[in-house]
Design a binder for this molecule. Sequence first.
Ligand code: HEM
Length: 405
Amino acid sequence: MDAAEALASLMSPEGRVDPYPAYERLRAHGPIVPAGPGLYAVTGHAEADELLRDARVRVLDDHLRDGLLPTWRESPAVSSIARSMLRTNPPDHSRMRRLAAGAFTPKRIGAMRDVVTAQTDELIDAMAATGRGDAPVDFMAEFAYPLPVGVICELLGVPATDRPLFRRWTADLTGVLEPEITPAELAVADAGAAELRDYFTDLVAARRRRPADDLTTALVQAHDAGDRLSGEELLANLVILLVAGFETTTNLLGNGLAVLLAHSRAADVLRHHPQHAPAYVDELLRFDSPVQLTTRTTGEAVRLDGVEVPAGSWILLLLGAANRDPRRYPRPERFDPWRAQLNPLSFGAGPHYCLGAGLARLEAQVAFPALLRRLPGLAPAGPPRRRIRLTLRGYDHLPVTVGEP
Ligand code: HEM
């Protein structure tokens, strides 16, 4: 199978449900391979890491976006992502990132530990009550969605009663992060994005009238202090914080729990030794990454591993494949929390390295030991259902029984 066929197998419905065989088919052609006209696929860990840090390698510029989808400015979904820091190049990116990082301090995140612990305990109580008598519980609906949405909403200052609104809007909007999208999927993503933008427009107006001790107020004040964050950028970055901070962490919790339930001896160690949670979480991130890929373009030609990538090429950085690069991780298909120097690429690398990595790790490091300790009988209950998505990999439905608490 040539590289283009291997890439097509990744994009197929089967590849979206289980991308790992397609990654190996691509890897057989080398860590960085031409996989179509002007298109390169990267499966190597060192290569992906280097490209993400290379200043000649950029996220999509507006003029390239114009070529791909001339009407993107009218699409609430595409324009929200495009105007946020996630899809902006320097100097705009550096300015936005500095402002958001200033509002997103390690102190603010550290102070979230109590909130995360309290929400985790409440959700476990509710799961134990729903699952009494061995009734199956959907872990995604009962835990993996509500924890991250509760935490990000607390950080942004969104009232608890409004949280259920976000699940569908966000799930719909994230369709635009897929490498390919149909017009029907784009219409669904646009509807979700329009709802989210309306919601945040109202929240910004409320915080401007009455500031609060939350991230939304901090970003509003960064904007009002001298127009360093335009109104459009403010809205786009609020949307991206919710979108980037929510479904990704949900998928870390879902993918991670499924792996722990399938590795009962490793789960037992974590149950009794929660101090190993950081290593476990990083290995779960590596083993089945919640974000499987990102894309870049080359502003100038780049030469890597003897492959010349001309200026203006598209690069598909397959983070989930890089995390299973056997040159970096011996026996990569094995879940092994005792690996040295994990450094998975699940949070990216370089200037766009995930702003919320500390928060996501905190949530998972609190949640997994608490789930295992408080619900020792937790077990799979029937086949889980994967979402047919490549970029954000996770479950729609993960049935479990909770046993006797
Ligand atoms: C960027 C993954 C959780 C906010 C990124 C990127 C990745 C990523 C791969 C870089 C994308 C690229 O280079 O194109 C993840 C994963 C998470 C997670 C796997 C959970 C397990 C969060 C959370 C937040 C967040 C909880 C916020 C509360 C962001 C933001 C960016 C970003 C704002 C853009 C940073 C920039 O462009 O400078 N994330 N993320 N993420 N993430 Fe996360």
